[in-house]
Design a protein around this ligand. Sequence first.
Ligand code: CIR
Length: 269
Amino acid sequence: MATVRLGQKNRALTRAVPDSFDRALAKFFGSGPTDIPLAKAQHTAYCQALVDAGIEVTILPKDNDHPDCIFVEDQAVVIDGHVLLPVPGHPSRVNEQPPISEFINRQLSGTKICSMNGGARMDGGDILRLGDLFFVGRSSRTNDAGIEELQDLLTHLGHELRIIEIPDQALHLTSISSTPTDKVILAPEGFISKDAFGELPDGCEVKWMPAEEVYGCNTIGLPNGQVLVAEGYPTVLKTLQAMGLDTVLLDMSQIREADGSLTCCSLFF
Ligand code: CIR
């Protein structure tokens, strides 16, 4: 989700929770989901929250051979009607992509779709957009060759890209930050240095949250003034409410166990 502006969020792709979700990769926030029916119910509530906010949601069928298939954000980068299909940074996730690329091809026919080549690796979860300024995490999933391919696309579109080093204790840039509006970045103290985002455009700011609320820093701002927030992060919640946003709380406990945050579960296009 992180690659489209607020006003461009009209349609979202999601993918149903597979029966194998208890085998999803887990190393950062969680140690693996244990309650698949609960994970499915949480995912259903997530999709419903998007629908209730007026988003047209498509749910792709689950893929039991790919326990991480719900994390569609990582599989495609959609920027201003252009699409970059990355080679995901973890080998077990590479074959999740074909149904997503086929869907995007059908939906955005006529759009230029580029695929990454050679040794380039990237997870879509490493990209954050603040208005027309982009950030990419250099992480265990996104390498320099992948960043170069993203840079080429953004140069073509006339947008700036800045690189953020992702610390070893985090998976992706969006695992530890988000843009609930086109002017605000939420980020946790202690994970990213205070000058990492650089000088921001007029009227934009980083709101620093306590380190223990790192998971809560991933939110989804929506065009109707709502923002989806994970339950359990009081400073994040108060901060968003003080910004005048209408907060919608979601229980993400089982999805968090698979290191997934709110944005990871949807792809806006
Ligand atoms: C993984 O390790 O790839 C999944 N278990 C979690 C992916 C989360 N996606 C994201 O942050 N964009």
